[in-house]
Design a protein around this ligand. Structure first.
Ligand code: 5GP
Length: 181
């Protein structure tokens, strides 16, 4: 993605209806597996905020869902291949002995999620699962680390439903492809 370019919305890749339907399915799977127990949803700021908000509201009432957030710095091209990602905001909750689901908007190379998974695993949770709304398998650089996946998409840059371009378009209810103006 050319950070200096001027982009515009091109077409909708996933409608709000399709997203909502898929989130209900994911929430049903999670509720079935964790119903009755405490479950800490840990969202990666800022992209996962909207997805996680809808996901937790679709869970069965029997799930004792808690919410927390972490933020990471985005790596530059130079460090992308090394997987160097830095946590810039940690979560508040102690997860030792707890059930945790790490929630991310999109998995591209997978380096961010892989780093976060390793970091949280080192804290000794009872279980740690990963949940992403979108996966771009074409660019994957890590072994399979996904437990819950909303959609598999082609290698196109998407915005909306929490995903941004230079801070813009997170508020769109549908997921769009962008094009260079
Ligand atoms: P990864 O470490 O998996 O390569 O990158 C994950 C991060 O890259 C996501 O959390 C997101 O911030 C960004 N990203 C990757 N692909 C896209 C995309 O198509 N659209 C947007 N808005 N962000 C993306």
């Amino acid at each position: 993605m050319d950070e200096t370019g001027d982009y515009e919305l091109d077409h909708i890749m996933l409608t709000r209806g399709a997203i909502s339907e898929r989130i209900s399915e994911l929430a049903a799977s999670i509720s079935g597996e964790y119903g009755g127990g405490e479950l800490i949803f840990t969202g990666v700021l800022k992209g996962a905020v909207i997805f996680m908000s809808d996901l937790v509201r679709s869970l069965d009432r029997s799930v004792d869902a808690r919410m927390d957030f972490i933020a990471v710095s985005s790596y530059g091209n130079a460090s992308a291949s090394s997987g160097a990602v830095k946590m810039i905001k940690d979560m508040d909750t102690c997860i030792e002995g707890k059930n945790v689901i790490l929630v991310e908007d999109i998995m591209d190379t997978g380096l961010t999620l892989s780093y976060l998974k390793d970091t949280l695993t080192a804290r000794g949770p009872e279980t740690l699962r990963t949940c992403v709304l979108l996966e771009k398998p074409d660019r994957k650089k890590v072994d399979s680390i996904l437990d819950y996946r909303g959609f598999t998409i082609p290698d196109e840059f998407v915005v909306g439903y929490g995903l941004d371009y230079a801070g813009k378009w997170r508020n769109l209810p549908d997921i769009w492809c962008v094009t260079k103006r």
